[in-house]
Design a protein around this ligand. Structure first.
Ligand SMILES: [Zn+2]
Length: 145
């Protein structure tokens, strides 16, 4: 790994397992009460346990709820200009529900309970030309087109 030749990096180093955007999302499980959190947390929000266990979240889940964001979010959220509408959804990944960008901005292409697959999208390009990557979910059926 050479930082000087990197052309892309995760928007948050704790977002993916091992800091690698090709990997799964990094969550945490409480060894005392079993609570699962995403993003990763150092402490349990339910029982106060301070030694959370790293958890690699499933790469596939189901869509629990969604909407289409048709106007630019307020600062400090950084997004690519010009603004284009995008989907936002809640995806059930095992024991946790994750809020995520969706690759689909067409509400007609989305339905509750359809299978979704983890992918990555470029959130924005920073001043050094590095692509800042975040996670998103795509309908599993989209890959077959
Ligand atoms: Zn706990």
């Amino acid at each position: 790994m050479s930082a000087s030749t990197a052309t892309r990096r995760p928007i948050d180093p704790d977002l993916f397992v091992g800091g690698d955007a090709e990997a799964a999302l990094r969550g945490a499980r409480c060894p005392s009460c079993g609570t699962v959190t995403f993003p990763y947390q150092r402490g349990c929000p339910r029982c106060g346990e301070e030694a959370m266990t790293d958890l690699e979240l499933p790469r596939e889940g189901t869509l629990w709820s969604y909407t289409v964001q048709s106007f630019a979010p307020k600062s400090p959220f950084v997004c690519v200009e010009p603004f284009e509408p995008f989907g936002v959804g809640y995806v059930v990944l095992g024991d946790v529900i994750v809020e995520s960008r969706l690759t689909v901005a067409d509400a007609d292409a989305l339905r509750i309970d359809i299978p979704m697959r983890l992918t990555t999208i470029v959130n924005h390009v920073d001043e050094d030309g590095i692509e800042i990557v975040t996670f998103a979910f795509a309908p599993s059926s989209e890959e077959q087109r």
